[in-house]
Design a protein around this ligand. Structure first.
Ligand code: GDP
Length: 295
């Protein structure tokens, strides 16, 4: 339930307001519903798809009472998100997780949160400061490493991120780490350059440790709404993203963006960020999410 109150207000309460006092489910109601969905950042296509789904349900279940729409919408969301909770498989030793995303989305914080989670479970975690473009990024990761209590493999600012990744993979093997989390650059002023660099880091990791990276997590900022969808599309095409982390769900009304992303990409949301602290990361459980939204 945490972190979803504003999305709930924006979506579910608006639906409630919409149906209150109505006698019939008519075309106008469907249109207004579609607008509510779009305003909650589920995206135009997904909004249309959801309304079509509702129409079908209304017909099939022979529903006449607008008051039932909220329940139907919840059913629809549950179906869209699927039953399964997608997790990161950390059975390989070491498991290498490459973390990508544009600057400011919460990539560094997410790495710290993941490190904290796995360390708390008794795993040995190592971090790689792969955003060599910014000295501040390296320092930031180092600070988080100290806070969480895990080592950080770092080179100087401006050095080759591939070299950092290679060293980190070697270190993970020799130190017997269970998980290596690799940070990456996130400047988007030159898309091709960034994507080439990310691919290269991926190849270098595979050379150091065949099969690595085992997971490529794309971090997206929920507060950016449809921009997050665009980024998901972009990174999804350029690097083989295997999972998404949606950050800053606390304090945003744009949580509906999860539906837009899941509707468009075949990549599951694996974690959600609900605050700035180490503990503020949750495994994304679609059923829980749908329930929390309507709870
Ligand atoms: P990076 O540039 O992608 O590495 O982004 P950072 O990890 O430095 O995070 C950017 C800002 O977002 C920082 O102020 C973080 O504290 C904040 N942040 C990250 N994740 C969350 C979250 O889940 N909720 C909130 N409210 N803030 C977050």
């Amino acid at each position: 339930k945490e972190g979803l109150s504003r999305t709930r207000q924006n979506l579910v309460q608006k639906v409630e307001q919409l149906v209150t006092g109505r006698q019939h489910i008519d075309e106008e109601l469907y249109e207004e519903l579609e607008e509510v969905l779009i305003s909650a950042d589920v995206g135009a296509e997904m909004a249309l798809q959801m309304v079509e789904g509702l129409r079908k349900k209304v017909k099939e279940q022979k529903i006449g009472d607008p008051g039932e729409l909220k329940r139907l919408l919840q059913e629809e969301i549950v179906e869209l998100l699927g039953q399964e909770t997608a997790v990161v498989d950390i059975s390989k030793k070491p498991t290498v997780v490459l973390v990508v995303g544009v600057n400011g989305v919460g990539k560094t914080t997410t790495i710290a949160k993941l490190a904290h989670r796995w360390k708390s479970e008794g795993r040995k975690v190592l971090l790689a400061a792969g955003d060599t473009f910014r000295a501040a990024a390296i320092d930031q990761l180092e600070i988080w490493g100290q806070r969480v209590g895990v080592d950080v493999i770092r080179h100087q600012e401006g050095s080759d991120p591939g070299a950092v990744a290679y060293d980190a993979a070697q270190a993970a093997i020799s130190r017997g780490a269970d998980i290596l989390l690799v940070d990456t650059a996130g400047r988007l002023h030159n898309k091709n350059h960034l994507m080439n660099e990310l691919s290269k880091v991926g190849r270098v990791l595979d050379r150091a440790l065949p099969g690595a990276p085992h997971e490529i997590l794309l971090v997206l900022d929920a507060t950016t709404g449809q921009n997050a969808v665009t980024q998901a599309r972009l990174f999804g095409e350029a690097v083989g993203v295997t999972g998404l982390v949606l950050t800053k769900l606390d304090g945003t009304a744009k949580g509906g963006v999860i539906l837009a992303i899941q509707g468009e990409l075949n990549v599951p949301v694996k974690f959600i960020g609900i605050g700035e602290a180490m503990d503020d990361l949750r495994i994304f459980e679609p059923q829980q999410f749908a329930k929390a939204l309507f709870g």
